[in-house]
Structures are given as C-alpha cells and as structure tokens.
Design a protein around this ligand. Structure first.
Ligand SMILES: CCCCC/C=C\C/C=C\C/C=C\C/C=C\CCCC(=O)SCCNC(=O)CCNC(=O)[C@H](O)C(C)(C)COP(=O)(O)OP(=O)(O)OC[C@H]1O[C@@H](n2cnc3c(N)ncnc32)[C@H](O)[C@@H]1OP(=O)(O)O
Length: 230
C-alpha cells in the first residue's frame, strides 16, 4: 500500500513565501488571534454582535477571493523557530505564524541538542476553569518533541505520545517546555519533555516515539537517484 502524499499537498510543491509576505500575513494572523480572544470574552450587546458577524463574513469573503490549495511554506526559517521542515509550515496549528489557531509556540534550540519553548496560553486554550486544556498540552508536546526528533536527524510521524498530567497547568503565566532525545534506533526516535511553571513546578511530562515513514525514505532515495543520473 502506498501512503505517499498526492503531488498537490507535498511540501516541496506548495507556495513558498518570502520574509515580507510572511510578515504581512503574520500580522493578520496576530490580529485574528486577538479577535478570537475578543469573541470568546466579548460582552457587547447581541445586536452589535450580529452586526460584527456580518462584517467578519465580508472580511472572510475578501480573503477567500484568492485561495491556495494548501497552506504555504516559508522560504527561510522564521526567526525564533528552529530550521527544520516543520518550522517552515506556516499553517501548523502549534507553531504556524499564519495560523490564528496556533498560540504560536516559539522554539529555541539549545547547544546540547535539547529544545526550549517559553509561551503563555490564555482563555481560548482553557480546559478546566483557569487552566490549560489537556489536549492543547498534548498538541504542543507532539509538535515540540517531533521537532526535537527532526533536529536530531530522525524526522518522523508520531507513533506514540504519552502524557502524565502531574498538576494543573495555569493560564496566563509564562510556561517553559523543555524537550530532549532519549534514544535513537534506525528510523525510530524517542523524546521526552516537561512543562514547568515560573516557580519551577512540573505540571505535565510527556514521552513520544517518532518513526520516519518508510515511504519518505523511499522518495528521498528516488530523488537522490534522479540527481545522480541527471
Ligand atoms: C518538509 C518536509 C515535511 C515532511 C514531513 C515528514 C516528516 C516530518 C518532518 C520533519 C519533522 C519535524 C517536525 C515534526 C513535528 C511535528 C510532529 C507532529 C507530527 C504528527 O502529528 S504526525 C501525525 C500523527 N501520526 C500519524 O498519523 C502516524 C500514522 N502512522 C504511520 O504513518 C505509520 O504507521 C508510521 C509512519 C508511524 C510507520 O509506518 P512505516 O510503514 O514507515 O513503518 P513500520 O510500520 O514498518 O514501522 C517501523 C517500526 O516502527 C514500529 N512502529 C510503527 N508504528 C508504531 C506505533 N504506533 N507504536 C509502536 N511502534 C510502532 C514498528 O513496529 C516497526 O518496528 P520494528 O522495526 O522494530 O519492527
């Protein structure tokens, strides 16, 4: 069975945006993030909400007048994100600077190969009252641990992801996620990490295993062969 991606959504066949194009769109995404926050928390009268709904619809139509077939990629690694395939995925739901659903989570690659992310989550990411939704923590771990694996030379899909929720994770305070590789074996790579609050208390721990898909290795081998023969 082949699981290769159809040509139209393969990363290398997408639109690649330059720094200025990314910057203009990132400012839009930032405003829409603020809009999401305002939508969740608004207390203006219903009549005004109805009017605003029409205005938002009109904006959606304007932006939708020209559509790409898939989320674009960045020409160059975006400042603050590590230089891996995923950091260029501008629509990524965790790191994508063009995706208003993404917080977005920044990354810092440390000299020892580990990764650190510092971020603050607010109301749109609430689970229990005043606390971060557990599924949001899982998505963030999935991405950060996956990028850590990719950086170590084993880019892959998530095969397993296990979280241990030790303590509630608060909204509206700077959280630190640290991640590292614990083991590599052929196409498999294990990473773990934890989220801590500013006073150093661990709230969530995670362990994941990533596997470089067989079909990706096959595609890479084909491309290398093509380059040798051309
Ligand atoms: C610009 C390029 C972008 C291209 C993207 C490609 C790679 C990523 C690139 C960069 C990475 C950077 C950042 C990554 C960041 C983000 C993380 C988010 C990732 C996701 O959000 S990703 C979505 C959720 N994820 C899936 O959607 C996976 C669905 N799944 C599959 O696509 C296949 O299942 C796959 C590929 C996992 C394996 O398939 P396969 O055919 O290549 O390999 P095979 O089955 O032979 O397994 C080989 C060995 O792994 C063991 N193994 C396999 N699966 C296991 C499991 N689940 N548990 C325990 N062991 C497992 C076998 O037991 C065997 O072990 P052994 O060799 O010892 O027998």
């Amino acid at each position: 069975m082949t699981t290769a991606l159809p040509p139209t959504i393969r990363p290398q066949d997408r639109s690649f945006l330059g720094e200025e194009q990314v910057a203009v769109r990132a400012r839009l995404a930032e405003e829409v993030r603020a809009l999401i926050d305002a939508v969740v928390l608004t207390d203006v009268p219903d009549a005004e909400i109805a009017e605003i709904t029409g205005q938002v619809r009109a904006l959606t139509d304007r932006l939708g007048a020209a559509r790409l077939g898939a989320a674009p990629m960045a020409d160059t690694p975006i400042d603050g994100l590590i230089a891996s395939g995923m950091s260029r995925q501008l629509g990524n739901p965790v790191t994508g600077v063009l995706n208003p659903v993404a917080p977005p989570i920044p990354f810092e690659a440390l000299p020892d190969g580990s990764v650190r992310s510092v971020f603050t989550l607010d109301e749109p990411y609430e689970g229990p009252p005043g606390l971060v939704h557990g599924g949001i923590s899982a998505a963030i771990f999935d991405q950060v641990l996956g990028m850590t694996a990719g950086m170590s030379g084993v880019p892959g899909f998530t095969a397993t992801l296990e979280l241990r929720y030790r303590r509630p994770t608060p909204l509206r305070v700077p959280l630190t996620l640290k991640a590292r590789i614990t083991r590599r074996e052929g196409r498999k790579c294990w990473a773990d990490g934890e989220i801590t609050t500013p006073d150093g208390r661990v709230t969530v721990e995670a362990t994941a295993m990533f596997v470089t898909p067989r079909h990706l290795l096959a595609e890479e081998a084909d491309e290398a062969q093509e380059q040798r023969t051309s």
